[in-house]
Write a protein that binds this ligand. Sequence first.
Ligand code: LLP
Length: 432
Amino acid sequence: MICENLSVSSDGILLFGGANTVDMIKKYGSPLYLMDERRLRHNCRVYVDSMKKYFGDDALPLYASKANSFKQIYRIVASEGMGTDVVSSGELYTAKSAGFPLEKAYFHSNNKTDADIEYAIDCGIGYFVADNEEEICAIDHFAVKKGITQKILIRLTPGIDPHTYEAVATGKVDSKFGSAIVTGEAERVTKIALSKKNIELCGFHCHVGSQVFDSDVYLAAAEIMLSFVADMKKNYGFETKQLNLGGGYGVRYTEKDPVIDIAENIKLVAETLKKLCEKLDIDLPAIRMEPGRSIVADAGLTLYTAGSVKRIPEYKNYVSVDGGMPDNPRYALYQSSYTVLLANKMNEKSDFLCSVVGRCCESGDILQENVYLPSSVTRGDIVAVLTTGAYNYSMASNYNRIPRLPTIMVNGNEDYVAVRRESFEDITRNDM
Ligand code: LLP
């Protein structure tokens, strides 16, 4: 199976983190997101341990909480010693409500509003990752108003094409994110940041893309970033304290996706960075990385109940489930691949070609095309979509006024509600 926390019981039921998926549906209702706390903690530890081991004790992975944001996840990643990256006041509020140590929080986004900046400063945010000149000035304005010195990094675009989907490629020069090195903009905004008394420029950030499997991308980005760091030392005597390499390591959605050894990759990036620093005669800055998907994706799956099974002879077969694009918009948005299994019939042969579709009044409401399920698939069967821990709940909507799913955590022999199921009252709460 695509992840080691999946197995099958002797009576053909899919087990996730050891939990019986059919029992989970009986206990908590359908559909639901299931999260494996042990897998989540394991993924955190891979980053924490290997970053400290290969970059040094001042290295810190930040959980990119846009991948999945709710209180318990901040508690878990904090207890594993990670920092976090937030991209909105909503994520920051969630982290704060969970008691996350905000000195280890970094506020991202290409357009922080004045309200975001003021709120984050009032919360005691550790760092802003400023996107451009305008933001540096806005952060400075509020830092002056509050009488504080605010730490920031500046987001740079190293100009790397990460060979990944265009829609999530953010490190290129023409990106809406950051200030480009090649155009001279990065140097210009660095000078501006250095001139602001209430701003403490701590370093630089880049993010090359998402669902990246190729280490070359990080190595190329690191090389460009470090030579910029060396230039800033030479030109302005500026010592870069932190270098943030962003997120982006890929995960396995299907058997076709490669297996990636993150610890080995971090080792390779660390070795390369150290060599480059020596060559450029600069100290290795404290390294930050911002994994999102590779922390949570395979720690989650979604369970649905099958409804109508439609056979259109010589054309197409459909299996409809009791969820869809409101809980997982990723096929509709990116044609993302997923592994789909019939969780209560794992011992049967899968030879029925079908599309697994949602319940919304929209033909684009597809979870996955060309899936093989057992031909006995029928109303009441449990359908599992694997690797949904990232960018599902965080991108969920109430389209068709469908309540959002609960997140049920399994932790060894225990299971508990981490996010409760939305009610109809929740959906109508703001209606006048
Ligand atoms: N840091 C920054 C600045 C980012 O923009 C992102 C993701 C990350 C870290 C985390 O990247 P990860 O490790 O999760 O790949 N909605 C899309 C993904 C968008 C990613 C945007 N930025 C999807 O569902 O695939």
